[in-house]
Every structure is written in C-alpha cells, then in structure tokens.
Design a protein around this ligand. Sequence first.
Ligand SMILES: Cc1cc2nc3c(=O)[nH]c(=O)nc-3n(C[C@H](O)[C@H](O)[C@H](O)COP(=O)(O)O)c2cc1C
Length: 166
Amino acid sequence: MAKILYIAANVKTVNDSFSLSVGQEFIQEYKRLNPNDEIEELDLFKTEIPFLDQAILGSVFGTVKYDELYEEHQRKVQLMTANLDQFIHADKYVFATPLWNLGVPPVLKAYFDNISIAGKTFKFTKEGPQGLLLEKKHYAFNLREEIIIPVYRKAKSTAFLILKQY
Ligand SMILES: Cc1cc2nc3c(=O)[nH]c(=O)nc-3n(C[C@H](O)[C@H](O)[C@H](O)COP(=O)(O)O)c2cc1C
C-alpha cells in the first residue's frame, strides 16, 4: 500500500480552479486504479506553514538549541518538522497549483522551504545538492494562462523550474 500526499496550493474552490479540478480528477482516477493506496490531502491555504526566520534557521543549522528558543519559535519549529515528516513519509506526491506572476503561490514556496532540509530530503555532494527522495514519483499540475506580461516575456516561469528541481 502506497501513501500519496496530495498538495493543493490555491485559494479558489475546486469548481473555480483549473489546477484543483485537474488535480482532483487525477486523484479520483488514481483511487479507482489503486483502491488500496492511502491518499492524504494537504491544503496549503488551510494549513499553517511557517516562514523561515532567524530562529528557525538557527535551529535548523544547529546554532541555536531548541530549548533556548522562545515558545512561539519552538511552535514554528514543531510545525515545520511536522510538515517535513509528513512529506518524507509519503511515497508519491501530487501537486496542484496555479501560476502566479511567473511563480508559485508564496505558501507553496514556504512549504518547499519547510521540506528542503539537508540530510533529510537532500544532501550536499561535490557535484552539488542531490535529492534523497529521488525514487519517489511526483506529479505536478501547474496551470497558467500563457499571459506573459511583456516585461517578463523572456523570463522562464520559476514555477516550472522549482517543481522540476524538487
Ligand atoms: C495572481 C495571479 C497571477 C497570475 N499570473 C500569471 C502569469 O504570470 N502567467 C500566466 O500565464 N497566468 C497567470 N495567471 C493566470 C492563472 O495562472 C490561470 O488563471 C490559471 O488557470 C490559474 O489556475 P487556477 O484556475 O487553478 O487558479 C495569474 C492568475 C492570478 C490570479
């Protein structure tokens, strides 16, 4: 039995959103074809995803001891660790997200910051950073309208670059 983590990053309802409706359709079809797999849904706009700050970075890099953090910072570290653990324990990932101004919604970037922890989801090597979960499949539905604002015309969407790298 595989565990699927469905990560949705949109403020809209499923009926109003292309990315969420494609994501939901994929999940329904996946369930039909894999009835024994477990699907966990994570709606990033309804979940507390802490932003990296000085205290969290200090804790992640080991320069500040957890016990020395203020209670509010300990809480953020706990939330971040819970997000990381949930991600690591899944076997497959499905992302549904719109393109917002050539990037992903900020809450999805914050989520990537929560789960991108050296020694857990990637490691540093002589050749550069290397993913530690590469055997796990992911599907990403990143919907856009192809409206490329003239000033950005030559820029590539960071959304695709970010999702591809993870
Ligand atoms: C705040 C915002 C920013 C957007 N920026 C872009 C953009 O840079 N390029 C683009 O092609 N579409 C852009 N769009 C359009 C959406 O990507 C498009 O409507 C897509 O269908 C959104 O997916 P959704 O229907 O799941 O929300 C933007 C939409 C919003 C609301």
